[in-house]
Design a protein around this ligand. Structure first.
Ligand code: MD6
Ligand code: FE
Length: 164
């Protein structure tokens, strides 16, 4: 993994979530913003979840990853969350090739998708535990006005299933 990450709500590091960034500077994580809860619920409604499912969706952590033009993300499953509620992913800036795999292993079959600035997708139900990664970032593809000159930001919001 060659991205730079900052978290909201809960701080993620491999295998665990904590309220302090114990592997960085020990600082308390900033709160998870209400607007992101609303955006997550709207994303579920607009991708076919019922109103009740959307209303129950209360993401409590967000990982914001910054990719420079050489950054990649190896194939992985997101399984450090105790909850299997959907993950909502938002992309800003340069386009990337996102590899969406199967739930068994990091090999084929997989599908390579182009994620563009403004794309939002929902990783839920059968795909919640699918392997996935970013094979490359495409420099100079960020649209004017997206707020990022170079590189790519991906924000994933999740429900940890943790209390406190
Ligand atoms: C990325 N995303 O798009 C990396 N994980 O840069 C993820 O690792 C990811 O987009 C779980 C669900 C959605 C994702
Ligand atoms: Fe992931």
């Amino acid at each position: 993994m060659s991205v730079r990450t900052v978290c909201l709500g809960w701080h993620w590091q491999p295998y665990k979530y904590t309220r302090e960034a114990t592997d960085v500077n020990g600082a308390r994580v900033l709160p998870f913003p209400d607007w992101m809860v609303r955006l997550g619920r709207r994303a579920l409604r607009e991708s076919g979840y019922t109103d009740a499912e959307a209303a129950a969706y209360t993401p409590d952590t967000a990982l914001a990853n910054y990719y420079d033009e050489n950054a990649r993300m190896g194939m992985h499953q997101d399984k450090d969350e105790r909850s299997l509620a959907p993950i909502v992913s938002l992309s800003i800036g340069d386009e990337c090739t996102f590899r969406f795999g199967n739930t068994e292993n990091r090999n084929k079959p997989y599908t390579d998708l182009r994620l563009r600035s403004g794309d939002l997708f929902v990783f839920g139900s059968a795909s919640r535990l699918a392997y996935h990664g970013v094979t490359r970032v495409h420099p100079l593809t960020a649209p004017n006005g997206c707020g990022l000159g170079t590189g790519r930001i991906n924000i994933t919001m999740r429900m940890t299933g943790l209390q406190g």
